[in-house]
Design a protein around this ligand. Structure first.
Ligand SMILES: [Zn+2]
Length: 652
């Protein structure tokens, strides 16, 4: 379609009305932070949110990739659409009348825009038709079903505009075409009729079914769910996908729930239409239903935009439960939950009941109580892993630990992961406090997440690949890091001092960088002067650690310039302590392997150069010597890479 030039008034009105928070929150889960909102940037890949939205300025900005602008720019960038397209679309959703500069184009445009309006209209008329049919003799069976089997009163039936699609092939078709004079094509586009496969003509899509209209968040009818009253399959039939209805983007009853979601700051998602209706009927009005599909990001965003704390309680049938069923139902939300972007809770009702069944024999207060105590999804999964296992038996507790490791690996948020490692370790320890750190250690060793040390090494490695012509620069940063790690461990972990010295000795390594070599010399001097034992234990350990560092700091005064480069090693934040020092043994091995590798590569280059320089006809023996030396170093390199990789994946 050729887009018309829009009248400046239209553009201005769209700019005024299109709220940055509303527009962005349809695509990004946003959390309130101060006056602004933050979320994961849709323009670049990230795990921690650096994308911010300011309703005050009506602007968005990403601190990670520097994307920024207003609501229109956001949609243009995100959907790769033109300015006119975006403005037109926004005008449509805010019901702003569109003026163009060329009157003849205006007509075509209105025609296109009005298709949606016409669809809304014919769907509304159809909903009324079904509601009317429910009150006719033909609808009696359906009404009985609602009143006796579902125990719904007139008020609820009216509130949800429940109806009945009469039996017969052309009842709705005749009504809409013959009586209401709607064009056949429009009915087809609305998903209300279907073309016959043989011959001409159309038939009603929904026949002899109890009808449940589905509304968009603005309350317009966009489709239907139809439940059979007999044994026909499928039990529930939904409208096909149309211009205005998309199953994966829609949540049933959101129009009626949005105010309550905002008030309760929490959304409840159930599986069936009647579960949501039953909850609303007893006053739990922050409930919506997924339309029989796994929850999609679109659906979750649609309901979470009304909740500030992004809390979602998923109440699915417990009889089909188990982790796999939950995983399926949770669908795309899993990642958001692991990233800590959504606070996802799982509610299993007792005795495998769904919400509708439960409320028939229990009070709404009971349900509310269960909602409040519903476990977080991660806790729930851990409960499932531990359920029915005897942790006193070694084989079973190992199986449980394996299950936990699988789960812990998925948690990308560091603080959250640490919390759950501790929690799992406590469960596995069965109340024996001495066992907690042993299990925590065991779990840590197995999950091998991307920690900052490993990440920085990998980044350096990648940079090294990029700048292949300058391998020395890469070596230096790698070396710098590996040496610093060893010095840190030596300074802060008296119990690992011996291991650091041994590892250096074993591989015959020296600190290569002059400032490190200087610090190492100072350390050795101090240790000798004060007769500080490398092997220290318990209370004395902390004491010697402080002694060593404070003595070094005194020396700083003497060697100001030299110490300036290394004094940062004296300080340790909690995170570094946790990540670098907890697995000291592995870290020492990885770091020394790194250092040795740098040396080894250097030797490789030297031998290769010699080997190439030698004239083979004159000095065949020398050539063989350098060739052999080169091959030896190559072999060692491979060995070191194995060690380094093993150690790196073994790090916390
Ligand atoms: Zn970004």
């Amino acid at each position: 379609m050729q887009f018309p030039r829009l009248h400046p008034d239209t553009i201005e009105e769209v700019k005024q009305r299109a709220d940055i928070y509303e527009v962005v929150s349809e695509h990004v889960v946003l959390r309130k932070r101060g006056k602004d909102f933050v979320g994961l940037c849709p323009f670049h890949n990230e795990k921690t949110p650096s994308f911010s939205v300011s309703p005050g300025k009506q602007m968005y900005y990403c601190f990670g990739c520097q994307a920024g602008g207003n609501a229109i720019k956001f949609l243009m960038e995100l959907e790769k659409r033109s300015f006119s397209e975006v403005v037109l679309d926004l005008a449509r959703s805010y019901s702003i009348s569109v003026q163009t500069l060329e009157p003849e184009q205006r007509q075509e445009l209105q025609r296109q825009l009005s298709l949606r309006e016409q669809l809304y209209q014919v769907l509304e008329v159809t909903a009324n038709f079904y509601q009317h049919a429910l009150r006719q003799p033909q609808g009696q069976l359906a009404l009985d079903y609602l009143q006796s089997s579902r125990q719904l009163n007139q008020e609820t039936i009216g509130q949800f505009e429940l109806g009945y699609a009469p039996a017969g092939w052309e009842t709705l078709y005749r009504y809409l075409v013959d009586v209401k004079r709607y064009p056949v094509g429009l009915l087809e586009q609305a998903g209300l009729i279907r073309q016959r496969q043989s011959g001409d003509g159309y038939y009603d899509y929904f026949r002899d079914r109890l009808m449940i209209p589905i509304h968009d968040p603005q309350g317009r009818v966009i489709g239907f769910g139809g439940r059979t009253l007999g044994d026909e399959q499928p039990k529930y039939l939904n409208s096909p996908e149309t211009e205005v209805f998309s199953k994966g983007k829609t949540l049933f009853a959101l129009d009626k729930a949005k105010a309550a979601i905002s008030q309760a700051d929490r959304a409840v998602v159930v599986e069936g239409y009647f579960d949501a209706i039953a909850l609303h009927a007893v006053g739990i009005t922050n409930a919506v239903a997924s339309l029989g599909t796994a929850l999609s990001l679109n659906q979750v965003r649609a309901c979470l935009r009304y909740s500030e704390s992004k809390e979602l309680v998923l109440n699915f049938d417990a009889d089909t439960a188990g982790t796999q069923a939950a995983q399926r139902a949770i669908g795309e939300i899993a990642d958001l939950a692991y990233q800590g972007e959504v606070s996802l809770r799982i509610l299993n009702l007792p005795a495998g009941k769904d919400a509708d069944e439960y409320l028939r024999s229990n009070s709404p207060e009971h349900y509310r109580e269960l909602l409040k105590t519903a476990p977080l999804w991660l806790d729930w999964q851990i409960q499932q892993i531990v359920a029915n296992r005897d942790l006193k038996q070694a084989s079973q507790s190992q199986q449980v630990a394996d299950g936990m490791v699988k789960l812990l690996k998925k948690i990308s948020d560091g603080n959250q992961r640490n919390h759950y490692i501790r929690h799992c370790a406590e469960l596995l320890s069965l109340g024996d406090a001495r066992m907690v750190s042993m299990w925590a250690d065991n779990l840590l060793t197995q999950i091998a997440p991307v920690n900052s040390y490993r990440q920085s090494i990998l980044t350096k490695k990648r940079q090294q690949h990029k700048t292949q012509s300058l391998p020395v620069a890469g070596d230096r940063t790698l070396l710098e890091q590996a040496e610093a790690i060893l010095l840190r461990i030596y300074l802060h972990c008296p119990e690992h001092r011996q291991a650091v010295s041994d590892a250096l000795l074993e591989r015959d390594l020296q600190f290569s960088l002059s400032h490190h070599r200087f610090l190492w010399q100072q350390i050795l001097d101090l240790m000798a002067e004060n007769n500080i034992s490398q092997v220290s234990h318990s209370v004395a350990a902390t004491q010697t650690q402080v002694d060593l560092i404070s003595s070094l700091q005194v020396r700083c005064l003497e060697f100001e310039i030299e110490m300036a480069q290394v004094s940062y090693l004296f300080h340790l934040d909690e995170k570094t302590q946790h990540e670098h020092l907890l697995r000291a043994t592995q870290v020492i091995q990885a770091a020394t392997a790194c250092i040795e590798r740098v040396m080894c590569e250097k030797r490789c280059r030297q031998y290769l150069k010699k080997w190439e320089e030698i004239d083979s006809s004159k000095e065949p023996e020398d050539q063989k010597l350098y060739h052999d030396l080169f091959c030896q170093e190559q072999q060692r390199l491979q060995e070191l890479d194995r060690q380094r990789q093993f150690s790196l994946t073994d790090l916390i």
